[in-house]
Ligand binder design. Sequence first.
Ligand SMILES: [Zn+2]
Length: 196
Amino acid sequence: MYGWILVSADNDSTMLPPERAGGATCPHCGRKVADVPVDPGFQLRERGFDLSETEEGYWIASQEFKDFCDILPFSNLEFVPLPNDPGFYWFRVHSVAEYQPPADSVHHDRFCRSCHAFGAVEGFLEPSGRSKALPEGIHRSEFEYGQGLRQRPLMLVGEKTGISLNKRRFRGVYLSPLAPGRQPGVGPGALLVKAS
Ligand SMILES: [Zn+2]
């Protein structure tokens, strides 16, 4: 196996309300082009998950998830405390691992001349076309999917790290295996990520 794609739960929260989005997003297509500090007014609306994401793709982790990650090897992870939600953190993944979905399964649309990227990247993210296993630990992809403000990288997990994560049964953590030769849309590892 090559590793896992980690999809986290939706926490129904907003990190970039319109008045804060200005410096963080492209004015033409709405993509995030810069990280901004945690919104001092941010409040986590759904607190029942160990890992979840805001509507802009900011990952939010619980204390338990942080404790697990603190002993992980080979990762470059950062946990920024949330001022209004003690025990929860903005989970930043700085290490990049190689992942490229098959060209025929992902559709790129709305090229933006301002930020030189596609405003919409949608389709099936299928585990094929890879040539080597992911490193252990937790990483993110250079590749980003989704539309505008919701465009975000994938979270990528090494094989053994994913098995450890599965054993902990964290709430809001969904793992889809990356393996060679899987047919699009078929089998337990098929992952449909609908960009919206
Ligand atoms: Zn743009």
